[in-house]
Write a protein that binds this ligand. Structure first.
Ligand SMILES: N[C@@H](CCC(=O)N[C@@H](CS)C(=O)NCC(=O)O)C(=O)O
Length: 208
């Protein structure tokens, strides 16, 4: 399988980490996002939405990190929850992640680190930060007294929600401020086969 991705993308990381922890054979295909590659006609022919990640598995071309995670989990029978009810719980937290956690964290991190300095807007970033911390409080409260988000074992919901939370660039998130999230990230880091995003995918800015 081939995953179109780049190291700085937390959305791609969710797919890459799911592939890795499910034990799948895959290779990363670097997409030069910061030089506009996702806007090129060649890339749009692969994904009309102009986004990474994209997973190619034979004739199957899948986009949206959650769909890719669901595909890998369904294909391997791993990381998906143990019943239909758990599966719905997995999906519930993945939708929450995509909308309220990663959707905001990814934009805020981009604005604070990768946008040219003269284009950074303090008010916009303040608003995004407020939204992010509201969502992180929900996640932290949910994780108090439990090890995993949607089951008694790790699922793709955990691997979605952690998508941006291992990155070193500042985006107003400090895991020590959220003890339950901190402990849960520690559990993810110690899963056999876990890798940091910068060790799984090619970075656009390797020296940064
Ligand atoms: N909801 C999508 C979000 C994907 C996404 O935003 N990808 C970013 C990189 S992290 C991207 O490729 N953006 C291209 C663009 O906005 O032009 C998913 O979960 O896959």
């Amino acid at each position: 399988m081939k995953l179109y991705c780049f190291g700085e993308s937390g959305n791609a990381y969710k797919a890459a980490l799911t592939l890795e922890l499910a034990g799948e054979d895959w290779t990363p295909e670097f997409v030069d996002f910061f030089r506009g590659a996702t806007r090129s006609p060649e890339f749009r022919a692969i994904n009309v939405m102009g986004e990474v990640p994209v997973l190619v598995d034979g004739d199957a071309v899948l986009t949206q990190s959650g769909v890719i995670q669901d595909y890998i989990s369904s294909k391997t029978g791993k990381l998906g929850g143990k019943s239909a009810a758990e599966r719905r719980e997995v999906l519930r937290w993945m939708f929450f992640d995509n909308h309220k956690v990663s959707g905001v964290a990814g934009t805020l991190r981009f604005n604070m680190n990768f946008l040219p300095e003269d284009k950074r807007n303090t008010d916009v970033n303040g608003f995004l930060s407020m939204r992010l911390h509201s969502a992180l409080k929900v996640l932290n409260a949910h994780l108090e007294g439990r090890d995993w988000v949607a089951s008694d074992d790790v699922t793709i919901a955990d691997l979605a929600l952690c998508g941006y939370l291992f990155y070193p660039e500042p985006f107003t998130f400090d895991r020590v401020q959220y003890p339950a999230i901190d402990a849960w990230l520690g559990r993810i880091e110690t899963l056999p086969g876990w890798k940091h995003p910068y060790d799984l995918m090619t970075r656009a800015f390797p020296g940064a």
